[in-house]
Design a protein around this ligand. Structure first.
Ligand code: HAM
Length: 495
């Protein structure tokens, strides 16, 4: 390489494009965590009757200004906003847009624009979307993060708020996370102004202790002082008036009912009279979710792994008719961090029963076909076709924790046979290729094909099979559980 070319390569290497600050690559080794969380969210969505919705990444900035609030940190400091270019042959003015910082406002916009008011109410939707906030990056706080969320639109009853919290609690429990749920009420437009006056008055006496932003917030939007991230502001508002003392009768009744429903199911909430959340659209119920143990250990500084509440005025604020709503969203990266920090075992996504090893070109071809055939019949099968040596392939099979490896070499191709190797004992046996599937079914603890057929049977037939199995039935019976714990009966990755 010439000196000039070397210098150019060196220069390119030096100023190679890098990952932006506050952004994060999701790497393959984390896939099992993503799948684990997604499958729990899917299950909750199915169990509680939510349908999937996805809105565009870009929205008019006005949507968030009118919902999340112009004085909120999310809109005043953290919105990624820019003007769309004006088309050359048009008089249109470039619209000011923003990368969505949260999902609730967009979901409500979609509900209004698609006339979902005409569907049976409430409309229950869930999402799994990237959000963008130009925040100061730190562990667990990213400029692009992912949230799953559940929104229930068109219903005002406290039972709906309580059931949402019950669902959320059960979802975290199914992930193996022990959580606590701080809860509060934000009142409504009738009673909140009285509270805001009292809060403003109080903040006036603490002005010197507040950060510069909070001194401004105290005048424009005093609630936002309650969720300031600065330690000094936290301390300054410790004795601030509590909204619960200002609630009107309907808001009080609503809140008491929510708590009674939660008590009914022993959901571990914690009354949190200064919980204001960082978004302006909340009315009545608000809550967050924290990891229980670490929260206490670290003096409550841990990030929330979820939050939500009721937003009965949001639809009108963005120019729609009156549509009540309640919902929640959770930061997926933060949940994954919590799973790792708490050493929660997560099922391996690469667990397979059978590995196919091949030696030689003919065997490769046959192995390729065998892999497709087995996969098509529902077998859980793995391969490493890019490797040629047997020991490298067996090493891979061991790593995947398979029970059996099928070995196909030149000799086996000629004889019409295949070797079945039991990976725990190392015992190998040659079987006729035509009898391979029957042999494997016999050997596998849970014959995959038979299991698939059983799964397809109707419940009566399955019950009859269970009765035939005699003892089996009693072994598998267990007490009904209200909040299912994680990993019951699941394979767990031990690496
Ligand atoms: P939020 O509390 O702003 O609420 O965000 C929801 C969750 O997203 C947080 O509890 C946290 O786990 C995660 N999160 C927020 N910001 C970041 C960040 N910068 N990096 C990593 N994770 C983050 C909302 O967004 C509301 N839309 C929730 C809602 C739905 N309320 C009613 N319905």
């Amino acid at each position: 390489m010439s000196t000039e070319a070397k210098q150019s390569t060196k220069k390119k290497k030096k100023d190679a494009p890098k990952l932006l600050r506050g952004f994060k690559d999701t790497m393959p080794e984390d896939q099992k965590y993503w799948e684990f969380v997604l499958s729990a969210v899917y299950k909750a969505a199915r169990d509680y009757g939510f349908s999937y919705i996805e809105t565009p990444v870009l929205e008019e900035s006005r949507l968030f200004e009118r919902s999340v609030g112009e004085t909120s940190d999310i809109v005043s400091k953290e919105l990624f906003r820019f003007n769309l270019p004006t088309p050359e042959d048009s008089d249109e003015v470039g619209v000011e847009v923003a990368l969505r910082p949260e999902g609730t406002a967009s979901v409500m916009r979609a509900y209004l624009e698609h006339g979902m008011i005409n569907q049976p109410q409430p409309v229950k939707v869930w999402y799994w979307m990237s959000m963008f906030r130009y925040e100061r990056p730190q562990a667990g706080r990213y400029r692009q993060h992912n949230q799953f969320g559940f929104e229930i639109l068109g219903d005002t009853t406290p039972l709906i708020d309580a059931q949402l919290i019950i669902m959320v609690y059960s979802l975290y429990r199914s992930l193996g996370l022990d959580v606590v749920i701080p809860i509060n009420s934000m009142g409504d437009p009738d009673c909140r102004p009285g509270y805001l006056n009292a809060l403003s008055e109080f903040l006036g006496t603490k002005s010197k202790l507040l950060c510069e932003d909070c001194r401004k917030r105290a005048k424009k939007n005093p609630l936002r002082v309650l969720d300031c991230k600065q330690e000094t502001c936290h301390e300054a508002v410790a004795d601030a008036p509590q909204i619960l003392d200002f609630l009107c009768e309907p808001c009080k009744d609503h809140f008491v009912s929510v708590l009674e429903y939660l008590d009914e199911l022993d959901v571990p909430y914690a009354l949190s009279p200064h919980l204001a959340r960082g978004l302006d659209y909340y009315t009545r119920t608000t809550f967050e979710v924290y990891i229980k143990k670490n929260d206490q250990e670290e003096g409550g500084k841990l990030h929330a792994i979820g939050g939500g509440g009721r937003y009965d005025g949001l639809a009108e604020n963005i120019g729609g008719r009156e549509v009540p709503g309640t919902g929640m969203a959770a930061g997926i990266e933060r949940i994954i961090l919590a799973l790792k920090e708490n050493n929660i075992p997560v099922p391996s996504i690469h667990k397979r029963d059978i590995f196919i090893a091949q030696l030689g070109n003919e065997a490769k071809r046959k192995a390729l076909r065998l892999f497709e055939e087995m996969r098509g019949r529902g077998w859980s099968v793995a391969e490493s076709f890019s490797k040629d040596g047997l020991s490298a392939q067996l090493e891979r099979a061991n790593k995947l924790g398979v029970q059996f490896t099928l070995i196909l070499g030149q000799k086996e191709i000629l004889d019409g046979t295949v070797i079945i190797r039991d990976m725990s004992s190392g015992i190998q046996e040659e079987v006729n290729y035509t009898k391979l599937f029957t042999e494997l079914e016999k050997r596998l603890a849970q014959p995959t094909v038979a299991k698939v057929l059983l799964d397809e049977q109707n419940p009566e037939e399955q019950e009859a099979d269970m009765e035939d199995a005699g003892e089996e039935e009693t072994t598998h019976k267990s007490e009904p559980q209200l909040f299912e714990d994680h990993n019951h009966g699941k394979e767990v990755d031990t690496d």
